[in-house]
Write a protein that binds this ligand. Structure first.
Ligand code: AMP
Length: 377
């Protein structure tokens, strides 16, 4: 099947045309500065017109069979990809308060396609869906029950499409049946999240009510004492100020001044103390979570690294592994340095837990999920 994968952000639209039989990427691109005036498109409808214009030749030769949308928030309702109709679109729209930057853009992307190609099957693939298997003791926060009932305040988890894809690949690489596979999956990109996998399913994940919770990220703080927010409000900061501070100015950027892992590793190697501290904080926090999730899954069969940093930074993987001696984790120095786009084992033969690098491909996962839904419809 030929699937157009759409990833709409608040002011951007990423797209790929994928052939799910050959896994070929026939076209891809990014439209940005949507709704920002100047030369950018006025809205997501205009952005879709631009995508259609760019793809005209490609689509004339080989038409699309379906469109798959990455939708950030599926709330408690969506536990798997669904064929979109008006009711589904409205249900996604009702979740806007839970993901105010993302879901409105996803809805605009869906409506733009509906307007342009009314008969095109469209599928929504949710970033939260894979984490619908979390047990209640993992998704509840220790706050009054009313906050959950009134506002839906609970852990939802994100990066689910990536965690699910990588879990399947890792189990296959180790030749373990998926429903017997226990693992800790580390998605380390600009956003960072860990998932505890038991029997192939997500039983805990580090992102929570929003993608801000958990590990040190490119520009996000991850876990902090919630009282810091109250303290800052009392110092005169507004909710918007604090939002920006913790989502855009914290994490590696806040600690070092730059969120590019390559720059930080290079600076640390050259003796920069702030870069070294940023790496120590990020790797220490990660090691603590890995230890916790190893316990949560009753002993992981594998520790898996994925996404920009997880796939490419041998230095950061080595730093994390050096903190996991208590778990008997040992990397193979040579294997860890190999650069490859293939899933691979990077641990030593006598490591107590195999360590894997498994490249993620969210567009492939969305295209395959879309094709499966459309075939089953
Ligand atoms: P992602 O969000 O998955 O695209 O990952 C982005 C992050 O991956 C950025 O922090 C980059 O610095 C990091 N990254 C990409 N390539 C490399 C590399 N070769 N070495 C270290 N970090 C990398």
């Amino acid at each position: 099947m030929r699937v157009l994968v759409i990833n709409s952000g608040s002011s951007s639209l990423k797209y790929q045309v994928r052939d799910t039989d050959t896994n070929e990427v026939a076209a891809s691109g990014l439209i940005d500065r949507i709704g920002e005036g100047g030369s950018g498109p006025a809205d997501h409808g205009e952005a879709m017109d631009q995508v259609a214009a760019v793809l005209e030749g490609e689509l004339a030769a080989r038409p699309l069979d379906a469109v798959g949308h990455r939708v950030v928030h599926g709330g408690e309702r969506f536990s798997e990809p669904v064929l979109i109709n008006n009711e589904i679109t409205r249900a996604i729209e009702r979740l806007n308060p839970l993901a105010p930057l993302h879901n409105p853009a996803n809805v605009l992307g869906i409506r733009a396609i509906t307007a342009k190609w009314p008969d095109m099957p469209q599928v929504a693939v949710f970033d939260t869906a894979f984490h619908r298997t979390l047990p209640e003791h993992a998704w509840r926060y220790a706050v009054p029950d009313a906050l959950y009932r009134q506002y839906g305040i609970r852990r939802y988890g994100f990066h689910g499409t990536s965690h699910e894809f990588v879990t399947g690949r890792a189990a296959a690489l180790l030749d373990v049946p998926l429903d017997e596979f226990n693992a800790v999956i580390c998605h380390l990109g600009n956003g960072v999240s860990l998932t505890a996998i038991e029997g192939g399913a997500s039983i805990d994940t580090s992102m929570g009510f929003t993608p801000l919770e958990g590990l040190v990220m490119g520009t996000r703080s991850g876990d902090i004492d919630p009282s810091i927010l109250i303290f800052l409000q009392r110092q005169g900061m507004s909710a918007d100020d604090i939002d920006k501070l913790l989502n855009r100015e914290s994490g590696l950027k806040g600690l070092y001044g730059d969120n590019d892992m390559r720059a930080i590793v290079d600076a640390a190697a050259a003796g920069d103390a702030r870069a070294k501290l940023a790496l120590d904080i990020a790797s220490y926090r990660l090691a603590k979570y890995i230890g916790g999730y190893h316990v949560a899954v009753g002993g992981a069969h594998a520790l898996v690294f994925t996404a920009g940093i997880g796939e490419n930074s041998a230095d950061f993987r080595a730093l994390v592994a050096s903190r996991l001696g208590a778990l008997g984790v040992k990397l193979d120095g040579g294997a860890n340095l190999v650069r490859s786009s293939a899933p691979r084992v990077v641990s030593a033969p006598d490591s107590a837990i195999p360590v894997l690098v498994v490249p993620t491909d969210e567009e492939q996962a969305i295209a395959e999920a879309t094709a499966a839904v459309v075939r089953g419809a």
